[in-house]
Write a protein that binds this ligand. Structure first.
Ligand code: NDP
Length: 337
């Protein structure tokens, strides 16, 4: 099948307003805001929407697109769709992009399509590269801890992947502090460029503050890219009035964010946080992203977007990432209430 042609010339000012943060103590810099392709890049989204999302991102200096083997629906389709865009729109710009993918959750039936065996990780990345149409990804992640596979085996697979040239750097996702520290020691011994952790972190979910991940990542000189920084849309004006818009993630997907999340208590928290944001002259989404970017441990926030306008709105967070101690304590008080 012929791929749609594209006459895309990226904005010449694309690097002017973005901040690039060093990823831990590595040589790699990432944009403060990166684009996640978990939702809105599967087969249910019009290709033109994906095209506008990636173009809008790149035109504004968002040089990092994040994927995983299972992103869809159907699993694998996000890599196929982004792969198509890399060919039709970004072929001349591969070296300006950081493309990441992952393996760790269930991808194919049977014992070799899940978790953390060498068999799974190496086969999965080979499949991902085919879908993406790439020779290598910039970052390959182990997607989640696997308590049954020896850490030495999983880390050994990451080492082999880098040695074979199929990934430039590796990362760990959804690890906790103690497991991260053990994994880092193995990877350091094997001289593997393990530069980044990818974890859920937002005003409502502070697990990385209590499971040792944030402290360990920073102490070991690793970067931290935070996923679901807007708590899948709860930390925006999407559900502020308690109504579920028909084009929202809750209404259109519902697999990972359900109407049940909008309890009275949650809506009150959202309202109270929105008032703080307004006092700062920001939208709730801007404040939620700025709250993460204010933190020295955070390299980049990994946002999702269903429309290019959301990405443009989120970029405004970069205009004010300063917080007073009082603002920080009020935000904490509200979010833990
Ligand atoms: P977010 O918390 O940024 O949620 C994105 C959603 O919020 C959008 O789809 C949109 O929802 C809404 N939104 C975004 N901006 C605005 C705005 N300005 N105004 C109003 N609503 C807005 O992140 P995701 O949960 O999508 O995760 C981001 C990325 O993180 C993923 O794509 C993936 O790359 C990564 N990730 C990694 C995981 C891991 O295990 N490593 C797990 C989960 C995510 P709507 O559709 O309603 O418009």
């Amino acid at each position: 099948m012929m791929e749609p042609t594209s006459a895309y010339t990226p904005s010449p000012t694309r690097y002017d307003a973005m901040t690039y943060n060093r990823c831990g103590s590595s040589g790699l810099k990432l944009p403060a805001i990166s684009l996640g392709c978990w939702h809105n890049f599967g087969d249910h989204t019009p290709f033109e929407t994906m095209r506008q999302l990636t173009r809008t991102a790149f035109d504004h200096g968002i040089t990092h697109f994040d994927l995983a083997n299972n992103y869809g629906p159907e699993p694998g389709s996000a890599e196929c769709n982004v792969g198509q865009l890399l060919r039709t729109d970004f072929a001349a710009h591969r070296d300006e992009l950081i493309i990441s993918t992952k393996a760790g959750y269930e991808m194919w039936p049977g014992p070799y399509g899940d978790l953390g065996s060498r068999k799974y990780l190496i086969a999965s990345l080979d499949q991902s590269l085919k879908r993406l149409g790439l020779d290598y990804v910039d970052i390959f992640y182990h997607h989640r801890m696997d308590p049954e596979t020896p850490l030495e085996e999983t880390m050994g697979a990451l080492a082999q992947i880098v040695a074979s040239g199929k990934a430039l750097y590796v990362g760990l996702s959804n690890y906790d502090g103690p497991t991260l520290e053990k994994a880092a020691a193995i990877l350091d011994e094997l001289q593997v460029p393990f530069i980044i952790n990818q974890n859920r972190y937002n005003i409502f979910d502070r697990t990385v503050e209590t499971n040792g991940l944030k402290e360990t990542s920073q102490r070991l000189g690793r970067g931290l890219i935070t996923f679901s920084p807007l708590d899948q849309g709860l930390l925006t004006d999407r559900y502020l009035d308690g109504v579920i818009p028909s084009d929202s993630r809750i209404a259109t997907d519902g697999r990972f964010l359900h109407a049940g999340a909008l309890t009275e208590d949650k809506l009150k928290q959202i309202h109270d946080l929105n008032n703080i944001a307004a006092m700062r002259g920001q939208t709730l989404a801007e404040m939620a992203l700025a709250w993460l970017l204010h933190d020295d441990a955070v390299t980049s926030v990994l946002v999702g977007a269903s429309k290019p306008e959301q990405l443009l709105a989120n970029l405004k967070a970069l205009e004010n990432t300063e917080f007073t101690d009082r603002e920080l304590s009020v935000i904490k008080f509200i979010s833990l209430a």
